[in-house]
Design a protein around this ligand. Structure first.
Ligand SMILES: NC(=O)c1ccc[n+]([C@@H]2O[C@H](COP(=O)([O-])OP(=O)(O)OC[C@H]3O[C@@H](n4cnc5c(N)ncnc54)[C@H](O)[C@@H]3O)[C@@H](O)[C@H]2O)c1
Length: 264
């Protein structure tokens, strides 16, 4: 927080009013959009990311827009369990508790098993899969204490179907789905819901340089970040209190079936 951070005010109204959320990889892209949507609906949001400057600037903007101390930045490298522990502690110290964890940080590396480099395999599994495991492990103590908690793991359609030439990414994102379903079984009795969401193509810096057509997508286009944030907001809120262990595609219909139209 900075000297410009507005003083704490009475709790805001909204669909997630009073909830404290920690989002990994929230300095840009989808994570930044989730932070903005959650703050607009009354949450307190801790932005965890490697990018300190962008993350701090986003927190300041969200605070100014909300007119309350709604967001803060904490440095986080999701491949470090110690960094996760510090991020959870910083969230509780800043906002008093933690009810929602969004495991969003992720990278995307190319290559089939034949040509993916071992370095890219290891880095992708470390960030996309082990980072999610570390986040859940570090946050569980606080999440269990609150009894109405929600973990939202950001997978991909690459975690629902095979994904040509993306061996490491697909393996990591399928792993996130398995970790999600298993954890929903393990922690449901403690009041912690665990779900994964599986976006198709979304317009973010991650996909800015990818060239692809949308002939295989019934909706015929990529998603805007706000469309994914709407699902994150629902899963963070108590509106979804009976939803756990779900892996929800949000892909314009891309994985609904075999679309025989040519990609265009
Ligand atoms: N964009 C898409 O089309 C798409 C589709 C499906 C799933 N996803 C998934 O959604 C998530 C967000 O994707 P995006 O498109 O917004 O990506 P992005 O590249 O725009 O943002 C990713 C963020 O994660 C942060 N990050 C990277 N490594 C980190 C680490 N080790 N520790 C902490 N933070 C780290 C980056 O600094 C960045 O702010 C990812 O998990 C991605 O796999 C994206």
């Amino acid at each position: 927080m900075t000297a410009d951070t507005p003083a704490p005010t009475a709790p805001a109204a909204g669909r997630v009013a009073g909830k404290v959320v920690l989002i990994s990889g929230a300095a840009q892209g989808m994570g930044a959009s989730h932070a903005s949507a959650l703050v607009a609906e009354g949450a307190h949001v801790m932005i965890g990311d490697l990018q300190e400057e962008a993350g701090t600037a986003l927190a300041e903007k969200l605070n100014a827009d909300a007119g309350r101390q709604a967001a803060a930045f904490t440095p986080l490298d999701v491949t470090s369990f110690e960094a996760w522990t510090a991020a959870v502690e910083s969230t509780v110290a800043t906002f008093g508790s933690l009810q929602v964890l969004v495991n969003n940080a992720g990278i995307y590396t190319p290559g089939s098993v034949a040509d993916a480099t071992i370095e890219n395999w290891t880095r992708t599994i470390d960030i996309d899969l082990t980072g999610t495991f570390f986040g859940m492990k570090a946050a569980l103590g606080e999440l269990r204490r609150n009894q109405t908690s929600s973990i939202i793991n950001i997978s991909s359609i690459a975690g629902l179907v095979g994904f040509k030439n993306r061996a490491a990414y697909s393996a990591a994102k399928w792993g996130v789905q398995g970790l999600t379903k298993t954890s929903a079984m393990d922690f449901g009795p403690d009041g912690v819901r665990v779900n994964s969401i599986h976006p198709g193509s979304v317009e973010t810096p991650l996909t800015a340089n990818l060239k692809r057509g949308f002939g295989q997508v019934p909706a015929g286009r990529a998603a805007q970040v706000e469309e994914i944030s709407a699902l994150v907001l629902y899963l963070a809120s108590d509106e979804s209190r009976f939803v756990s262990g779900a892996g929800i595609p949000i892909d314009g219909g891309e994985t609904a079936g075999n679309n025989l139209r040519q990609d265009s």
